[in-house]
Write a protein of this length. Structure first.
Length: 473
């Protein structure tokens, strides 16, 4: 059973890597294009619009895409029933959102873009529901393929709207909307989703069960949004759109690590949920996987922090050259985002989404307090430090409470040593990274991290290959 789970995890991760990571790399490599076509102030506005939409999306959809995935992925469940009732829940949520959408005009900043915001939210929700269902029923190659299609459409439309028609902010957002819409149409026909929607399977009891599971995830998502995004609104308000544009651009580099986390998390949830197993088997599976996960995340974060100047020089226009200074601290913050995501997936697996809710609340409240204190003093750098501290505290809380649900091994020595190394790299790079002494010291610490974590990564690949070989035999 456990070997089959490792095989499934490795196989799904490989498929999702091809489909999603390559797609996200393309988006990263579009940064020179975006920063050339949009000023830092325009980039800030586009970023704030898309992030506002990302806040509204789970509210408008009632978080139902996660409920569809959790139900349809579990062995022996009626998959079409979860899809059918999920669609109904999403439509109800969308109707409520449309009725309340005039409230957006209370914020003058977003009033000119209200139609774009509404359309973005609706298009994203239906795309999410369809793609999550396709993934849950095991059509992982199609799930990966639609990700590539979505990215390709976004890039092509961006080039047309920004370079061809000089549509600026509107063109940037509209390209995402159209890409989501066209990808949904593609899934609807290729995956024959019209056959999965069966009106006679509409069930009030099942909808109540799904809502009970999903609703705690909605405010949890909002709280995570506050922790990860609210600082950009505060930097824009307290400092300027121009400084927030630099900060938002800098955040795109650590996003590479977030993409890795997203890919793994999709594969991980599918592997962890799809088959039942004893607590002992589940604990062993989580323990071994977490050890490899730690190694990859801390190594990746260290590499992104040390290469901050190089990556920003390649990916940003010259007017954004000072943005690199925020990348090291944000890279460290992203590592703990990844660790929190792993813990959150464990709550998801055992259906204890309420734990995700209150721990995310702690992070959100702490982040707001720290932002209020730090941003007026240190600007966007204060925001990056506040983000790191918030994610770190949430991880500590989740690590302590997790033993009540799945008591898997957390490897505290590895966590402490890796945390010390990533913090040292980030602080040195942020303060002295422009000097060769600071860069040399950071590279030296990174080399220690690579040696320390490299063994676990090699062992992880070995175990995956052994599991695959065992299954074939």
């Amino acid at each position: 059973m456990v070997k089959n789970k490792y095989t499934r995890l490795f196989s799904n991760t490989a498929i999702f890597t091809v489909g999603k990571f390559i797609s996200k790399l393309i988006v990263i490599f579009m940064l020179p294009f975006y920063t050339a076509c949009l000023s830092s102030a325009e980039y800030s506005t586009a970023d704030l619009i898309t992030n506002l939409c990302n806040l509204i999306i789970p509210l408008a959809g009632l978080g139902v895409s996660e409920g569809i995935f959790r139900g349809a992925a579990e062995k022996g469940e009626d998959k079409e029933a979860f899809f059918t009732n999920g669609i109904i829940i999403m439509l109800i949520g969308s109707a409520i959102f449309l009725a309340l959408s005039p409230l957006i005009t209370l914020f003058d900043y977003f009033t000119p873009y209200i139609l774009l915001i509404i359309t973005y939210v609706l298009a994203s929700n239906i795309h999410s529901v369809c793609s999550q269902y396709v993934c849950a029923i095991g059509r992982t190659k199609l799930f990966a393929g639609q990700g590539i299609l979505n990215t390709a459409l976004t890039v092509i439309l961006n080039i047309i709207f920004l370079a061809g028609f000089d549509m600026g902010i509107e063109g940037y957002v509209l390209s995402i909307i159209l890409a989501d819409t066209l990808t949904t149409v593609f899934l609807f026909f290729v995956a024959k989703l019209y056959r999965a929607f069966i009106p006679k399977k509409i069930s009030g009891a099942l909808m109540r069960e799904m809502i009970k599971f999903c609703l705690p995830l909605v405010p949890a998502t909002v709280f995570w949004w506050i922790t990860s995004v609210s600082d950009r609104y505060m930097v824009s308000y307290i400092c300027s759109d121009a400084e927030n544009g630099l900060y938002a651009a800098a955040y795109k580099i650590p996003t590479l690590l977030t993409y890795v986390v997203t890919i793994f998390n999709d594969a991980w949830k599918l592997s962890a949920v799809s088959e039942g197993e004893s607590l002992e088997e589940k604990t062993g599976f989580y323990s071994k996987t977490f050890k490899y996960y730690i190694a990859i995340m801390f190594m990746g974060g260290g590499i992104l922090a040390v290469s901050a100047q190089l990556s920003s020089g390649i990916l940003f226009a010259s007017s954004y050259e000072t943005a690199w200074i925020f990348i090291p601290i944000l890279s460290a913050a992203t590592v703990f985002t990844a660790l929190n995501t792993f813990m959150g997936s464990a709550y998801f697996t055992v259906k204890r989404t309420g734990m995700s809710l209150w721990t995310a609340l702690v992070g959100a409240v702490l982040n707001i307090i720290l932002n209020v204190i730090m941003i007026p003093r240190w600007g966007a750098m204060g925001a990056s430090v506040a983000t790191f501290i918030s994610y770190f505290v949430v991880f500590v809380i989740r690590a302590v409470t997790m033993k009540s649900f799945i008591p898997f091994k957390l490897y505290p020595v590895k966590l402490v040593l890796n945390t010390a190394m990533i913090v040292a790299i980030s602080v040195i790079m942020s303060l002295w990274g422009a000097r060769w002494q600071g860069l040399a010291a950071s590279i030296a610490i990174l080399c220690v991290s690579l040696v320390y974590n490299g063994k676990d990564i090699i062992l992880g690949f070995r175990d995956a290959l052994v599991a695959i070989k065992s299954k074939r035999e």
